[in-house]
Design a protein around this ligand. Sequence first.
Ligand SMILES: Nc1ncnc2c1ncn2[C@@H]1O[C@H](COP(=O)(O)OP(=O)(O)OP(=O)(O)O)[C@@H](O)[C@H]1O
Ligand SMILES: [Cu+]
Length: 866
Amino acid sequence: MKKTIKSFQFDLNDYEMKNQSNDLPFDLKSAKDFLSKGGLTTSEVLALKKIHGKNELRSQKPKRIYNYLLELFKDPMVYLLFICGCIYFFLGDHSEAAMLLAFFFLIIIITIFQEKKTGNAIEALKSISNPRALTLRDGQQKRIAGTDIVPGDIVYLNEGDYIPADSHLISSINVEVDESILTGESVPVKKEVAEELLSGTTIVNGHAIAIVHSIGQNTFLGRIGKIIDKDESNHSRLEIETSLLVKKLSFIALGLCALVIIIYSLSNHDWIKGPLLGISLAMAILPNELPAVLTIYFAMAAWRLSKYKVLTRKISSIENLGSINVLCVDKTGTLTMNKMAIQKIYSNDQTIDLSEHLETQLPEIFHEVLEYGILASRKDPFDPMEIAFSSTGNKYLKDTEHLHHDWDLEKEYPLTTQLLSVTHAWKGKDSNGFVIGVKGSPEAIIDLCHMNEGDKNKIQKLSDDMASNGLRILGVAKSYTPDKKLPAIQHDFEFKFLGLVGIADPIRPGIKESIAECKNAGIRVVMLTGDHPVTAKSIARQIGLHDPDNVITGVQLDKIPDTELCELIKNVSVFSRIMPEQKLRLVEIFKKNKDIVAMTGDGVNDAPALRSAHIGIAMGEKGTDVAREASDIVLLNDDFSSIVESIKCGRKVYLNIKNALIYLFSIHIPIAGMSVLPVIFNLPLVLLPAHIAFLHLIIEPASSIAFEGDDPPFDIMKQAPRPSDEILFNFDLWYASFMKGTILFLSLAVVYLISLWRHQGEADARTLVMTTLILSNTFLIFLNRGPNVSILNNLTKKPNKIVIWIIITSLLLLIAALYIPSARTLLSFSFMHPIDIAICILATLVSVGISELSIFIFARKKLVNQ
Ligand SMILES: Nc1ncnc2c1ncn2[C@@H]1O[C@H](COP(=O)(O)OP(=O)(O)OP(=O)(O)O)[C@@H](O)[C@H]1O
Ligand SMILES: [Cu+]
């Protein structure tokens, strides 16, 4: 309590507690010393972690067991089985009750297994989606998970970063913070050195170094107990469509059940068996698996995407991935590697190509350009362009008087949309005034240097020549002011032009192929870049974009009215000198044209466009937290090829969901039919609750996991994108389900009637029907690969492992039920003679043959019509 902070190293623990009670002022000097010592050491971090734990807010109530059970009982299959079991138990039919109970537990186990699989997939995503923070530990900058921050950590914060913990500013360049999450006030707040930054808020401008004093629950955010609700519950169109359908189908199913109960009970005067029958029918036809299929398929797709270094923030967006037809991408970092290196320098009427002069010394005439380029960069650069300057400087200017590590940056004039340049004002150790360096786009530098017409044209021409090979060109200029006070804007300096610098940024390997793949898949790739049109053109040509010479610049864009732009945009693939604000307009125009747009972005200003696009894609490496938050997916490796991989995955998921749904619908038709048919015609009953539960043991895993893992057809990226207005439950889907289901039902009915006609008893008829049903079901699973694909295609396609396992298991179960005497009695089956088996196999083959044929003919017709 009485100790004062002498050094951050020893009293951090104390420091935090005191600071919270606000009885100790922030000691800037000792914080600065601590910074120059290189921050915490590994052992200190470990000790602090023991005391303070993780930097996390207490999450909401943990899920209790009974929540879990409640969740389970939302599935009608589960509680209907339970009710059935109870009824049998009270009727005194204990073996039947025990069997149903066993099924009940099996189905619960399957459900838990599925939930776990989805849950694990989602957990895995969460752990990679946590924000990260750049810290100084052991004298080195390290990027760590935000949750690993401890009090005393030095953090580097840049525009667009989330502030990971409550901290004090040690250095602040133009820092503005958006604290709206805490205060509701949306105007950014300026923050000076020694002021406090609060966890959960965002840096919207400038850059800073800060020292953390409180983490996790001890932060302001933690203490006020506010929970940042990031869980934007957005339901995709598919989910809405499905839940509507489930409601309708449930309604029909329940009506049918009531009908069965009444008819049966009245005609047989049996008010116990009637309701039992009704319940078993409800189990047979309630569409409970539909929503589960969507949840599981999307979660699994998200997990699969994470293997391609793609993080899905909004799982429902996967649905849209498959229908993207316009893909707007940044140039830097996405199409190129964002590994910049200075290649050419122009100064004093001479040009040098550094790639040809690797080892030799840099002639004196080029030194000043480099010197001022470095002065116009940050001390510990973060921007790859600035890194290029400092590394070239370290190489060629090492032992010269041109590097000024001991100078202090007094003021930064940041890049603005009106002026693409950065100016830094430095205070030298022994000069009174300020040394000024500026670098920026050639246009901006020409403007700042107030050149005459002749010089202007000369520099412009030079810069275009240098850019024509795809180099990014920056101009550099210098100034000096003896004044004590610095002017407010860059234009108020007297700049002297020093030269041009050409920076190379290699194109990512494999980009050309990915772009060609997009073309084949009917997806237009549009490049939006902040760079100069000449550079943009060259890169566009190198990667094979459509019509690379047709470039629209940001300035031109502002002059084109919306109506005209709607037309123009259909053919232009390159936009240059685009400001982030203009991206939003482009997205809206594409949307007006009914395109499905994906848009990449990284900066704070990209957020509105990312939100507006159908799929907003944030860059994980160079992107800011703000851009991430606004996006649907995050590319962890910034690589364009991953986008193409995601689109492929999106198309595949859609197809597999469709297959699963067709399977589910078609298998339920015969089950429902065979439940109702005997009741209507007052014939012996076929499907009792146990049989329906038995069937569900096969159906559920088949629909939820078997189709999920199916590989996409080989030509999935050669087809046009799915039309944006195509609904999932379209005619194709209903037709395929109806044909398959009805034909199967008819074959079952025939088998059933033959059996009755042969004067076999109830048990024989049931056994024949169940056997045919299970056999046909294996074919349904095996052949169900795409609504319009013919049997030949399906037979030649290799099924995935899970499909094979499910088929084998269901056949084994069938054999066990038929030939293990106790199982046979329990399920009320009878012994199958070879002739019976022959009938079943024949019925299966005929029905499968006919239904596949009907679908094949349908697909043919459709093809011809197209
Ligand atoms: N740190 C900087 N210093 C000086 N000039 C800069 C700096 N950053 C950007 N510029 C200038 O602004 C222009 C546009 O930059 P911007 O950041 O919008 O493009 P980018 O995002 O790097 O590229 P792309 O849009 O292709 O991904 C650059 O071409 C350059 O002339
Ligand atoms: Cu020199």
